[in-house]
Design a protein around this ligand. Structure first.
Ligand SMILES: [Zn+2]
Length: 281
């Protein structure tokens, strides 16, 4: 369709996303595929949702690995996210604290995509929401903590690497703002880090188990805003499909699991997700 100069651009157009869709590998109109997957959602009593950075870009949080990603532009940011560098270098920690202070994630608010998943839970269809994101926006939107698995942890908390004392990130950032460049644990003087999983740290086995078990028992997986190329995100759809579940992918671009998916919806996540949970047309 030719763009009309006077028409209002859709969210996808504003974001430079080319809307496309496939059902069982056959390309169809996006609206048709959205209606089909909305039917699957309405029929399902047990959905696992997997989310990645793409669901939060409409909240102003940049993707780490994407074309405009933080690490693509700034290797220092990646260094600050590696546990051995972080623990051994006060300079790396000072950079990390300054970065946290100015991070867009600090003031980010949930968008329509996050809120649609809260609605899915309200409808009683959400088994488990597994997220790779550390921005805390699912909790902020209202998803129940007991339904949420944050496999890479959360940037909304801090912990002491020596005594495991935990506190709200805001408290630590207030200290940085007041002039402490590398605030230490108030209980033992140890190094404080955010409660995210840094490079070189292990994921929590309990989180991996929870994600795997949910994948086994669900009848539909919605993979949202993730390219599905890292563990355990890549693992969940595979386990679920092997156990007989359907897989629907919602993303702004191609993913590693598009080929085997029952539905691929390519477009604006914050536009598509609310339509999927609104019920059959
Ligand atoms: Zn401590």
């Amino acid at each position: 369709m030719a763009a009309d100069e006077t028409s209002t651009p859709t969210t996808a157009e504003r974001e430079g996303i080319l809307e496309r869709a496939w059902l069982d590998g056959t390309e169809v109109a996006l609206d048709l595929a959205v209606a089909e997957v909305a039917d699957w959602v309405a029929e399902s009593g047990s959905i696992v949702v997997l989310t990645g950075a793409g669901i939060s870009t409409d909240s102003g949080i940049p993707d780490f690995r994407g074309r405009h990603g933080v690490w693509t532009r700034d290797p220092e940011a990646e260094k600050a996210s590696t546990i051995s560098h972080y623990l051994s270098s006060p300079e790396v920690r000072k950079v990390a604290w300054r970065r946290r202070l100015t991070s867009p994630a600090r003031s980010a608010r949930p968008n329509a995509g996050h809120l649609a998943l809260v609605e899915l839970e309200r409808q009683g269809r959400l088994d488990t929401l597994v997220t790779q994101n550390t921005d805390g926006l699912h909790l902020l939107a209202g998803t129940s903590p007991e339904r949420l698995v944050e496999v890479h942890g959360s940037a909304r908390g801090v912990m002491c690497v020596d005594c495991d004392d935990r506190a709200d990130m805001r408290v630590a950032l207030d200290r940085v703002e007041a002039g402490e460049e590398d605030p230490a644990c108030r209980s033992c003087g140890g190094i404080l880090k955010s409660t995210t999983v840094l490079f070189g740290e292990s994921l929590d086995p309990a989180d991996i188990d929870a994600a795997g078990e949910a994948a086994e028992r669900c009848d539909l997986v919605l993979a949202v805003g993730t390219t599905l190329n890292v563990f355990p995100a890549a693992h969940v759809p595979r386990v679920a499909q092997r156990a007989g579940a359907r897989l629907a992918i919602v993303n702004g671009g191609p993913t590693d699991a598009d080929d085997g998916a029952d539905a691929v919806l390519r477009g604006s996540i914050s536009d598509i997700l609310p339509r999927l949970v609104a019920g059959p047309a």
